[in-house]
Design a protein around this ligand. Structure first.
Ligand code: 3H9
Length: 686
């Protein structure tokens, strides 16, 4: 039950918001907070006020369940105006996360104190909106236009130390001392007779027009079709105006986005993430398995990236590789990646060194003995993996978790190579592991519930999104990707060229098309897998036979100039495509961009329906999260399953039936679940 209490600490009013679980600003909280503030300001015995929160966090934002419904005053923006206008000083005491409307309230307070582990951010763009409580106007006045743009356009929060550096908070205090420090600060302000420090009265430091034009073109390139980041730039640019004019502009842009379709879609994504954390048959009170130490086997790109994630989360990790040269190369790459990531995040050099020191290189598998979790990340060879798991079985301590980072091998068979299959599962990180947020957590037949629960908690500690999937070739993401790759190959056969296909997908909202992505990943890996399974992709196979493995060889579907990652159309590829068509007796026809999108996405949706029916994926939302966070499906389109529901499953089914006939491909026949849903007049979600 929401409650906002007013207590007195001498002449300081302490207003405590208590609305579990995250102190969201529901209407009840807003109304009660406005009343308590009025009471505090009207009381002659009160000289200043402190706003604190009960429970695990400061206000984490507007109540997302109420957003988009008719708005009843006081709105967050009204509350911020009320706070800001208080004639007595108001101090915000922040712990946990001050997000969205929560940070906007804190910005409207006159001073801010935070705990060292607090995180502050305006994540509204992730919901398809912009801050609507004055955040786009007050944040640039607090920390400058450039830093505010970075935070508002990315939606990423910053830590308390960075916030202190930037001038977003005035002081830090330990968790136990937060309230007393805030009260003491309020008292000092009163004693020194300092007037309220209002951000609205400040001008924005350095906001040159080029900053915004650069931000607009950057957003247009990186987030094609996504409206909120562009409007966020417009709103921050408006902070150069008089405060009230800028605020009006923010309110107009906020209201437009709240009415638009992208907000509804991204709210769906938000709740899908919360839902994915709930595993139906996993009890909440399972005994905990703490993970204080890790080992990663294999110092290649994936292994190094995974080790980096552990070090970054403060968990000591041993990186093991039997090959000295491979280990040294892996460590070099890891250091380079860590330095680049530290630069992006403004991590001080000393902190970088501290985290790098968490990684202990080793040439001996025996050094995995003390780890609480071992993640194998060696070459994709089942026999090799089985032999490593067999050896680990004899080395690692009882109760340790044994995980494989395989992207498609059978985890049940890997588990069977140990005497402790209950401790085995898959943790499928995506490349580059230190950047990509998704981890498919593969639950094998024998995986113990405690092992699954501990692994989910660990992945969250690594600041990643775990999604539980079952054992099947390629699990969920790569199994669907295979359908897309097969159809992309057929599009080349039927008349499209790589850049036609890639352009259609980039226009749809993917950061890159399937052929550019394949060139980046390397064509040889998929080629060798296809050979093992006897699958022919005539164009891709011919490119590989010609030594065109993608970016690493300077040519693949595209050609690359030395040192450049930009794929250029290559007449040699066109010749290879033409030769394949001739060999197959195909007369090429032009294929419209809309048809390219349908042919790439609908077969994936069809395959996803099969995976859903087989229980490999638990929910349509999990599939959407996998594609958004692992493969760049535009979040504002909600993921493939949500998108299919928007198109209408009957339309998707009809197109698949047509394609199956036209192309003579039985694999494209609509899946039984899809047929049933159409018959019942339901979508995947309804
Ligand atoms: C905004 O503020 C707009 C403003 O500009 C004002 C405009 C006028 N509302 O994630 P968890 C629920 S937009 C309602 O598992 P964690 C969540 O559904 C908002 N409910 O915990 C879950 O419920 P359940 C900007 C919310 O510790 C439970 O709380 N703010 C909200 O892993 C626990 O959540 C954001 O976007 C909410 N705002 O992470 C912040 N937030 O147990 C969104 C959470 O029934 N929230 N719930 O499934 C978060 O990022 C994370 O929840 C947080 C905690 C980091 C706070």
């Amino acid at each position: 039950m929401a409650d906002v209490r007013l207590e007195r600490a001498g002449d300081i009013a302490v207003i405590e918001i208590d609305n579990p679980p995250v102190n969201a600003l529901s209407h009840a909280v807003r109304a009660a907070l406005a009343s308590r503030l009025d009471e505090a300001m009207a009381d002659n015995a009160v000289k200043a006020a402190v706003i604190v929160c009960a429970g695990r966090t400061f206000v984490a934002g507007a109540d997302i369940n109420e957003l988009g419904k008719p708005r009843t005053p006081p709105l967050t923006v009204d509350l911020a105006t009320q706070l800001d206008g208080c004639t007595k000083p108001v101090v915000a005491a922040i712990h946990g996360t001050a997000l969205g409307g929560g940070l906007e309230l804190a910005l409207a307070c006159h001073w801010r104190v935070a705990t060292p582990d607090a995180r502050l951010g305006l994540p509204e763009v992730k919901l398809g909106i912009i801050p609507g409580g004055g955040g786009t106007q007050r944040l640039p006045r607090a920390i400058g236009a450039k830093a505010a743009l970075d935070m508002i356009v990315s939606g990423e929060p910053i830590g308390a130390a960075a916030a202190l550096d930037a001038g977003l908070v005035d002081a830090l205090a330990t968790h136990d001392d937060l309230r007393t420090t805030a009260v003491a600060l309020a008292r000092r302000i009163v004693a020194e007779k300092r007037p309220p420090k209002r951000l609205r009265d400040r001008a924005v430091a350095s906001a040159p027009a080029e900053l915004f034009s650069r931000a607009r073109s950057d957003v247009a390139r990186r987030h094609r079709g996504f409206e909120a980041p562009l409007k966020a730039v417009d709103a921050v640019a408006a902070a150069a105006m008089r405060f009230d004019d800028g605020l009006n502009r923010e309110q107009t842009l906020f209201a437009e986005l709240l009415r638009g379709p992208q907000f509804g879609t991204l709210r769906h994504v938000f709740f899908a993430e919360r839902e994915a954390a709930k595993i139906p048959d996993l009890a909440a009170d399972l005994p905990k398995r703490d993970i204080g130490q890790a080992a990663v086997i294999g110092a290649g790109t994936m292994g190094g990236g995974i080790a980096l994630c552990f070090a970054d989360a403060g968990i000591p990790v041993t990186l093991i590789d039997s090959d000295r040269v491979g280990l040294e190369r892996g460590l070099g790459t890891l250091r380079k990646n860590f330095e680049a990531s530290a630069r992006r995040r403004n991590l001080p050099a000393a902190e970088l060194d501290k985290r790098l020191a968490m990684i202990k290189p080793s040439l001996r598998l025996a050094d995995a003995a003390t780890a609480d979790i071992v993640i194998e990340a060696v070459f994709e060879d089942l026999a090799l993996k089985q032999s490593i798991f067999g050896k680990l079985d004899a080395i690692v301590k009882p109760g340790a978790i044994l995980a494989s980072n395989t992207s498609y091998q059978d985890i049940d068979r890997i588990a069977a190579s140990t005497k402790r299959p209950a401790d085995v599962l898959g943790l499928h990180f995506f490349s580059p592991a230190h950047v990509m947020r998704l981890v498919e957590v593969v639950r094998a037949k024998a995986t113990a519930p405690t092992v699954l629960a501990a692994s989910l908690a660990l992945v969250r500690k690594l600041r990643k999104l775990p999604v539980v999937v079952g054992v099947a070739p390629g699990f969920v993401g790569n199994r669907m990707l295979f359908e897309r790759s097969r159809e992309a190959e057929r599009l080349l056969r039927d008349g499209a060229l790589p850049h036609d296909v890639d352009l259609a997908m980039v226009e749809f909202g993917f950061p890159m098309g399937p052929f550019a992505a394949a060139d980046l990943a390397g064509l040889d890996v998929a080629w060798s897998t296809r050979k093992v399974h006897g699958i022919a992709f005539p164009v891709a196979d011919a490119l590989c036979e010609a030594g065109r493995y993608g970016q690493k060889t300077g040519k693949g579907y595209y050609r690359y100039e030395a040192g450049s990652r930009e794929g250029l159309a290559d007449p040699e590829t066109d010749r290879i495509v033409a030769a394949v068509r001739e060999q197959l007796g195909v007369t090429p026809k032009p294929i419209a961009a809309g048809v390219i999108v349908e042919r790439l996405i609908y077969p994936m949706v069809n395959q996803a329906a099969r995976l859903l029916e087989a229980g490999v994926a638990l929910r349509p939302g999990d599939i959407d999260l996998i594609w958004i966070n692992g493969y760049g499906f535009p979040a504002w389109r909600g993921g493939p399953m949500f998108y299919a529901d928007q198109i209408g499953l009957a339309n998707v089914r009809d197109r698949l039936t047509h394609l199956a006939r036209e192309l003579g491909e039985t694999a494209l026949e609509p899946a039984p679940l899809l047929e049933r849903r159409v018959k019942e007049g339901r979508g995947f979600y309804s």
